[in-house]
Design a protein around this ligand. Structure first.
Ligand SMILES: [Fe+2]
Length: 289
């Protein structure tokens, strides 16, 4: 048996499903990550699309440092969510000042399938979430493979959408999902709607994927209602049970995923009885093509 590349990896890899996701163990994320180690992690990120790191302490500054290996970290326009003095981190919590559940879901927009940062011209590359406190039931994060979503479209569907562009709008998705913290006029001006191709080519793997999700509002050049219906249909068609990974969290885990080729959503939990606190950071990628 010859030495394989897998044996040379500086960590262990366990696939989470046959098609999507891998657990990476043997990396201490709080430590400085050498260049070569990050390269191996990034290769796994491109290959498996979703990476899970087992429970460990990752302080906020180390989470940001890890994210910076991927690229420029986004400062989210909705500054009310900034965490721990780190504007790169966005905290979602249902706890009051005493640490008790406050009964309010902090962001209902996360419950619909979406891809982070599709509402801006330069969209999200990696999202990196650290689970500080996790509920016993609910509050899972689910992923679906958008390469697979494209590959399973019929040739007629592929032809129909090949040149279409969708307009993504954060104000639309938040308003539609009854977000309790709606955007201010200034935030809306800072993030006007933008259009992206529905069929996106991943800039690093060269593979095509469907790029839509819940921030997509309408289709350029198509009557509004017709575009809405098409977006809803494609979003529903994109999710295949055998191309999906459903993550039930343990506190202290960290997930990193590639927004260019997966959609994700959170599942509901009871914010009156369960505690859930996550820290999220999104790395900026590129303009979709
Ligand atoms: Fe998200």
């Amino acid at each position: 048996m010859n030495a394989t590349a897998a044996q040379a990896l500086p960590f262990q890899v366990r696939k989470l499903t046959p098609k999507l996701g891998a657990e990476i163990s043997g990396v201490r994320l709080a430590d400085r990550i050498p260049h070569e180690l990050f390269h191996a992690i990034y290769d796994a990120f491109l290959r498996y699309q979703v990476l899970l790191f087992p429970p460990q302490e990752v302080p906020p500054d180390r989470q940001v440092a890890f994210a910076r290996h991927f690229g420029e970290v986004q400062i989210h326009v909705m500054s009310q969510y900034h965490a721990d003095g780190h504007p790169e981190l966005y905290r979602l919590s249902n706890l009051d000042e005493k640490g008790n559940p406050n009964g309010k879901h902090p962001d209902k927009g996360t419950l619909a399938w979406h891809t982070d940062g599709s509402w801006q011209r330069v969209t999200g590359q990696a999202t990196i979430i650290y689970g500080e406190v996790m509920p016993e039931t609910g509050g899972e994060t689910h992923f679906c493979d958008m390469y697979g979503a494209y590959e399973r479209l019929t040739p007629a569907w592929k032809a129909r959408i090949s040149k279409l562009r969708a307009v993504h709008n954060l104000d639309f998705s938040r308003t539609r999902r009854h977000g309790e913290d709606l955007m201010t006029e200034e935030q809306k001006r800072a993030k006007p709607p933008v259009d992206h191709p529905i069929v996106r080519t991943h800039p690093e793997t060269g593979r095509k994927c469907v790029y839509l999700g819940d921030h997509a509002e309408y289709i350029v050049g198509m009557p509004y209602d017709e575009g809405r219906a098409l977006i809803e249909e494609l979003n529903a068609m994109a999710v295949h049970p055998d191309l999906t990974y459903e993550h039930h969290w343990t506190a202290g885990e960290l997930l990193a995923w590639d927004n260019r080729c997966v959609m994700h959503r959170a599942t509901p939990y009871d914010p009156a009885t369960q505690r859930r606190v996550i820290r999220r950071c999104t790395v900026l990628g590129e303009v979709p093509r």
